[in-house]
Design a protein around this ligand. Structure first.
Ligand SMILES: CCCCCCCCCCC/C=C/C(=O)SCCNC(=O)CCNC(=O)[C@H](O)C(C)(C)COP(=O)(O)OP(=O)(O)OC[C@H]1O[C@@H](n2cnc3c(N)ncnc32)[C@H](O)[C@@H]1OP(=O)(O)O
Length: 292
């Protein structure tokens, strides 16, 4: 009887403990109301937001995803309980992001292209201007705009065995000046010129060598490593962090801010050229036929 009473007490204690743990856990992870293409969880203990891009099949940045990411980062900027963020992809081991949606640039009206590019500008200005520490957990391929998005973060942890780069020239298009500046800031002018002129896609290890990413780890270590570095970064006095980040990035952002309409006109004029349209069409077709 005594033994039974002891084990019953143990069961009651265990149940109480697990209920307490559950309460604590559910209090510490807050899921932001979000579109299902950008899932966001906030750990209320650390204030870290994990933003997971979840638009199948490859997180290509169309109008919907650009707007959802931009809105999410604006909210995280304004939320004083958020101390820093991690940007990652739901398609781990496969794709971080396939970059801008090519379909949005093929056989479209000037109005469509203009609206699309306005969204690209806003997405860049918002993530690049995000005032808190931001770490990219690059858990898959990150070509073109996917690479640019990773470059907008303050630190990059990449999975081994994937590729990353601003390889626009391979499509017959050219990275805009604000993408080029991201690359120059990370790897210096010499590597950036080589990378952009040749549309070079780097393996994770090559990217590490030139400083395009900061760490290469195996898949199950990508997010934990990102969290570790974010913990360190958020210990820096944040007013100083924000001021420093802002003044280092301000010049290129201001160049864009001061002439957004001109930049849109430039993009539309460039993309609508018949030879550029032909190149984009051919690339799209090749992408579709790759699987066959
Ligand atoms: C004088 C200077 C003037 C400058 C003015 C500015 C000029 C223009 C600036 C434009 C800047 C552009 C930036 C970009 O980001 S362009 C985007 C280019 N992206 C790519 O090249 C990546 C292409 N994708 C891939 O390589 C692979 O998909 C990837 C390695 C990412 C994943 O491979 P995986 O095998 O897993 O997946 P699939 O290839 O089978 O793809 C699945 C389906 O998704 C479609 N897809 C892929 N990428 C895109 C994309 N970027 N946009 C739209 N659709 C995409 C692919 O076709 C498959 O579709 P289907 O299932 O229907 O076949």
């Amino acid at each position: 009887i005594q033994a039974l009473q002891i084990s019953e007490n143990k069961i009651i204690k265990t149940k109480m403990l697990s209920r307490a743990c559950f309460r604590q856990f559910s209090a510490s992870i807050r899921r932001m109301s979000s579109t299902n293409i950008v899932e966001t969880n906030i750990d209320s203990g650390t204030g870290f937001a994990t933003v997971t891009l979840s638009q199948p099949p490859v997180n290509s940045l169309d109008k919907n995803l650009l707007t959802a990411i931009t809105d999410r980062f604006k909210k995280l900027s304004d939320d004083s309980s958020v101390t820093g963020a991690i940007l990652t992809s739901k398609f781990d081991g496969k794709v971080f992001s396939a970059g801008l949606n090519i379909v949005d640039m093929f056989q479209k009206s000037d109005d469509h292209l203009g609206e699309f590019w306005g969204m690209v500008q806003e997405w860049y200005l918002t993530i690049q201007g995000f005032p808190k520490p931001l770490v990219s957990a690059i858990n898959g391929h990150a070509p073109t705009g996917g690479c640019a998005m990773a470059l907008m973060s303050d630190y990059r942890v990449m999975v081994e065995g994937k590729t990353i780069g601003l390889n626009e020239t391979l499509l017959g298009i050219v990275a805009p000046f604000f993408f080029a500046d991201l690359m120059i800031a990370a790897v210096g002018r010499r590597h950036a010129e080589f990378a952009l002129n040749n549309g070079y896609l780097y393996t994770s290890d090559e990217a590490l060598k030139i400083g395009l990413v900061d760490e290469v780890v195996n898949l199950d270590q990508v997010v934990p490593t990102a969290l570790k570095i974010l913990t360190k970064m958020t210990k820096t006095p944040q007013p100083a962090y924000q001021v420093c980040k802002n003044f280092l990035r301000k010049e290129t952002m201001d160049t864009l801010r001061n002439d957004r309409a001109g930049d849109i006109a430039h993009f539309v004029g460039f993309v609508q050229q018949p030879n550029v349209q032909k190149a984009i069409g051919g690339y799209l077709q090749a992408l579709k036929q790759r699987k066959k």
